[in-house]
Each structure stands twice: as structure tokens, then as C-alpha cells.
Design a protein around this ligand. Structure first.
Ligand code: VTB
Ligand code: MG
Ligand code: MG
Length: 331
């Protein structure tokens, strides 16, 4: 499936794949308790606490490379924090324990608990800045969309490759004032727009199955950490993505430099954002186009999780009914 040459010793033990599901399930359940209660901070904190607790039970020697921020601003899951029992393989971890905090607080579609695990050194250590992104799903010739092309050019090229008219293309874009010109260009090209209020990890991943989601193309600027998480998942299914950090102040350039980024204008392709063997797990918190949200029932809690494993390209959708509710008591 993957066109990278990965050595056997670089492959993350597949048994860990299921362990990741447990981590995002727990984060999702904890934050879902705060769903629709108007308190973003509490929902986020609940997800962070649960994710950290579960991560520390895993038989890994993990380092957070994308997390809640620098140590001084984030007491938990900060960049550089070691997680796991320290007994297993050395891995890099990227987390967004609650992606779409506002969506959760308002019980709007699309908030998820998401994380990625990869061989140490294979995830881009992205600072928390914006990233320009373009993404499409599998089945297209390589390079048909590009950050250096205009939105109109990308839409036309994609429509041609898909054998449809630009009017039949749906583009997913974050609804932000900074995207006014981008949205205008997409409309000029004739495309339809799905505007998201938040949650562009899911937004990018929605391109992976255009027949089901109706999304053909993701364009625009969102969080860089979210870009790395989405790239890991999209790689598994053979989609295409590019990302370019927006380092528009000397302070941001300096911050990126400290994280090992020497070329502030570099365009990263999907495999540079997330290389090697990557496993990505996402559990729905609120109902959304990608995943159903957590359901609290009398005797069960139900969750839905997608888990992507790049080395084989396997995507599993796991609906879980949790009966041992005692384990969620802390949540
Ligand atoms: C996106 C989106 C997030 O931030 O990355 C976005 O995925 C980008 O930042 O859910 P702005 O909100 O400043 O536009 C979120 O919306 C929130 O973290
Ligand atoms: Mg977050
Ligand atoms: Mg986020």
C-alpha cells in the first residue's frame, strides 16, 4: 500500500493499534460529558486528563511532539512530555484531545478526540501556528492539486480528473474572515462550498471518501498541528495533501527554528508531515459527517472510532459498547 520503504524494525507493533482506540475513546467519553454545556475549557480539560491517563498506561516510550503547547502554558501533554510506561518502543505522539472545543460546548457536528503515533522522528514537529492546506482523496494522479495553484486552478484540475464539471465539485473550507477571497474564488470557479465553523482535522479527512461525505477538496488555512494529524490519516488511504506553515512574524520564525524548521516557506507534502509507520485514531465526541458522537445509555456507553494504519493502509471503524462503566467513573 505505502510507497515508502519501511524496515520491519520501524513498524509499530500492530497490537498498539487497538490501544490507541482505547485512548481516544476515553478522551471522547470524558469530553462528551461536557457536550452542550457551554464550557469549552472544562470539556477540553476533561479530554486532556483522560487522554493523558490512558497514554500513560500504554507499553511505549512516547514523547509528545504535538500537544497542548509549551510546558509553561500547558501543564499536561505539553510538547516534550514523556508518556507511557517507558518499557516499549520509542514513539512520537501527536494529540488533539478535543478537536473542536466550541463544537463540543455547543453540541454542534464534528468534534473528535484524535491522536497519532509514529516511529520516533517521523512526525513534523509543527509549532502551533497556521498552516495552508490542500487535500484530496485517493484515486487521482499525483500532483493534480497544489498549494502553488490558485483555488480556481485546483478546482478545474480536480473536476477534469474526476470527469465532472467544476460545478459538481464541493470544497470544504473553514468559515473565517481570512478566507473571504478564497471563498470568493471557489464560487467564481463554480464550486459548492461546505463551510465549517471548526474542526479541520475531520474536514481534511472528509475528502478521503467523497462518495459518502460529498467533499472533494479541502482548501484553506487551519492549525498546523491539525494538519499533521490529518496528513497521517489521509496517507493511509492514499489521498494527497500539502501543507505550508504561516510564519509571518520573526517570533514565529524563531519558534519554528527551535523546533527544527529551517526553511520557513517550505511546502510539505503529506509524507513529510507524517512519514514512516503512522497510526491515527479518532473517536467522535459530537455527531458528525465522519463519526457518530458518544451515546450515554442506561447500561452502556457507545463510541465510534476510526483507526488508520499507514503501513498496511487499513482503516477500521470500531463501534464499541462499553459495559464496564466503572472504568469511566473518573470521566
Ligand atoms: C482549525 C480547526 C480547529 O482552529 O485548525 C482552527 O481544526 C484554526 O484556527 O478546530 P482558527 O480558529 O483561529 O481559525 C480550530 O477551529 C480550533 O482549534
Ligand atoms: Mg485541542
Ligand atoms: Mg484543535
Amino acid at each position: 500500500m505505502t510507497d515508502l520503504v519501511i524496515q520491519q524494525q520501524d513498524i509499530i507493533e500492530r497490537i498498539l493499534t487497538l490501544e490507541l482506540v482505547r485512548v481516544t475513546e476515553r478522551a471522547a467519553v470524558s469530553s462528551a460529558r461536557w457536550r452542550g454545556r457551554g464550557d469549552e475549557k472544562a470539556a477540553d480539560q476533561a479530554a486532556v486528563d483522560a487522554m493523558r491517563r490512558e497514554l500513560n498506561r500504554l507499553p511505549i516510550d512516547g514523547t509528545i511532539v504535538i500537544g497542548e503547547g509549551e510546558r509553561d502554558e500547558a501543564p499536561m501533554l505539553f510538547i516534550g512530555e514523556r508518556v507511557g510506561t517507558r518499557t516499549g518502543p520509542k514513539v512520537d505522539i501527536a494529540v488533539d484531545p478535543l478537536e473542536g472545543t466550541t463544537l463540543c460546548a455547543k453540541d454542534m457536528p464534528g468534534s473528535i478526540a484524535v491522536m497519532a503515533m509514529a516511529q520516533a522522528g517521523s512526525l513534523l514537529n509543527a509549532p502551533d501556528v497556521y498552516m495552508e492546506k490542500v487535500a484530496i482523496g485517493p484515486g487521482y494522479p499525483k500532483g493534480i492539486v497544489d498549494l502553488d495553484m490558485s483555488p480556481e486552478e485546483n478546482i478545474r484540475a480536480l473536476a477534469k480528473a474526476k470527469g465532472v464539471r467544476p460545478n459538481d465539485i464541493t470544497v470544504c473550507v473553514l468559515d473565517r474572515p481570512r478566507h473571504e477571497a478564497l471563498i470568493e474564488s471557489c464560487r467564481r470557479a463554480g464550486a459548492s462550498l461546505r463551510l465549517l465553523t471548526d474542526g479541520d482535522v475531520a474536514g481534511v479527512i472528509l475528502t478521503a471518501q467523497p462518495d459518502e461525505t460529498g467533499i472533494d477538496l479541502y482548501l484553506g488555512t487551519g492549525g498546523a498541528p491539525e494538519g499533521v494529524l490529518a496528513a497521517g490519516a489521509l496517507r493511509c488511504v492514499g489521498g494527497q495533501m500539502q501543507g505550508r506553515l504561516i510564519l509571518d512574524t520573526p517570533e514565529k520564525v524563531e519558534r519554528a527554528k527551535k523546533m527544527g524548521i529551517s526553511d520557513p516557506k517550505k511546502t510539505y507534502d503529506m509524507k513529510e508531515l507524517a512519514s514512516g509507520d503512522v497510526v491515527v485514531a479518532a473517536t467522535g465526541v459530537t455527531d458528525g459527517g465522519l463519526l457518530s458522537g458518544v451515546r450515554f445509555k442506561q447500561h452502556t456507553i457507545e463510541t465510534e472510532t476510526l483507526i488508520y494504519r499507514s503501513v498496511t493502509g487499513t482503516v477500521r471503524r470500531i463501534r464499541a459498547e462499553h459495559r464496564e462503566l466503572g472504568k469511566f467513573r473518573l470521566d
